[in-house]
Design a protein around this ligand. Structure first.
Ligand SMILES: *Cc1c(COP(=O)(O)O)cnc(C)c1O
Length: 377
């Protein structure tokens, strides 16, 4: 079976991890700070806090901007449900805005319709690795005084209108899960230009502990003293994993180029084939392709998906629209609420895509898709 996604680990990655294992720190240590600096630099911003997952990153970001009961958070349905779950767990009300039909990205026109006086944040998801229309979303967020958050779990390393992903929103979150653009096994990060906001995320990821005496109630207790003013969690990325991330970052551009070449081969083979739709490209951006979503006839999707798995092509579907999970259906959402995302989902199949996918396998995938799809037309 050709896997649908997998990590790319080389000897330098293994050596980097082994070096930390032989050293003094397994968790918070020098590699964490070095990794955070490197991620901030890549994102074109001043601050980064690394965390244990992309989900933790979202939780910290939402907490940093103060999301809580009474707040509304506008999100796209075409995402992994962690985008919503972490805001819901903080007591916010999730508001969905439908996506654009060609690329699955949140539609600014739909977002503008959903803004109220309670809108606390607008969250974009860079579906598949293309930056959302952050300029339009920024204008809407500024008008209504909401924060702009970018769930960039798919898109670290992408560029929009000359600016790196990470510098487009108030806070941006990354995931370093093995299938993502780079990996720390499990891991994530929050980045932003506003040092105070990122510092709030940092505090939440470390129990809410305050070391700065000027902010303590009892600063004269002694050198051991730390205080918790607002409860946090333990979301600290271990040094072992930060070392892996730092080593992976050196090959990020290589990963981008290799993924792009596979996407180019897929798109050349499938563009113009009746019944197949490739993603439309967002203007003026350099994507970093995390997944390759192909759309087939909705009534053929299950058959084609099953056939591809049968012949050894590891396909996936990204994603069941978030509002259709039982946790949201219980709140009154259902089929028909967000027709563009639902139609996208009904037609979607994600093809294998990862940096080390051999050329022969790319050809095998293309042949298998064309064979399976042509039977139907
Ligand atoms: C992967 C992913 C997440 C969660 O990241 P984890 O590291 O798996 O917790 C959040 N949002 C999106 C869009 C994702 O693809």
């Amino acid at each position: 079976m050709i896997p649908y996604g997998r990590q790319s680990i080389n000897d330098a990655d293994i050596a980097a991890v082994a070096e930390v294992l032989r050293g003094d720190w397994l968790t918070t240590g020098p590699f964490v700070s070095r990794f955070e600096s490197a991620v901030a630099q890549l994102a074109g911003v001043g601050a980064c806090v690394s965390v244990t997952s992309g989900t933790a990153a979202l939780h910290c970001a939402y907490r940093a901007i103060g999301i809580g009961p009474g707040d509304e958070v506008i999100t796209p349905p075409m995402t992994f449900v962690a985008t919503q779950a972490t805001a819901q767990l903080l007591g916010a009300e999730i508001v969905f805005a439908d996506v654009e039909p060609g690329n699955g990205l949140i539609d600014p026109v739909r977002v503008a319709e959903k803004v109220t006086t309670r809108t606390k944040a607008i969250v974009a998801v860079d579906y598949a690795g293309q930056p959302a229309d952050m300029d339009s979303l920024r204008a809407i967020a500024n008008d209504c005084g909401a924060y702009l958050v970018e769930d960039a779990a798919h898109s670290i390393g992408a560029i929009s209108r000359g600016r790196p992903v990470g510098s487009l929103a108030d806070l941006t979150t990354f995931s370093f899960f093995p299938t993502k653009n780079l990996t720390t096994a499990e891991g994530g990060a929050v980045v932003g230009a506003d040092l105070e906001l990122v510092e709030r995320a940092r505090e939440f990821h470390n129990h809410g502990l305050i070391r700065d005496p000027s902010r303590q109630d009892w600063p004269d207790e002694g050198p051991w003293h730390q205080e918790v003013a607002e409860f946090g969690l333990n979301y600290r990325l271990p040094d072992v994993l930060a070392a892996l991330g730092l080593s992976q970052l050196e090959r990020l551009e290589e990963f981008r180029v290799k993924r792009q070449a596979i996407v180019d081969a897929y798109s050349a083979a499938f563009s113009g084939v009746p019944g197949l739709d490739v993603l439309t490209l967002t203007p003026d951006s350099v994507p970093f392709w995390h997944i390759y979503p192909l759309r087939v006839h909705a009534e053929e999707r299950l058959r084609i998906f099953t056939e591809l798995r049968r012949v050894g092509v590891g396909v996936q579907v990204n994603y069941l629209p978030a509002h259709l999970h039982p946790s949201f259906r219980r709140l009154g959402f259902g089929w028909g609420d967000f027709p563009v995302a639902e139609e996208f989902y009904r037609r979607e199949i994600s093809l294998p895509l990862f940096a080390d996918l051999p050329k022969d396998d790319v050809e095998r995938v293309i042949d298998a898709v064309l064979t399976a799809a042509l039977v139907s037309s």
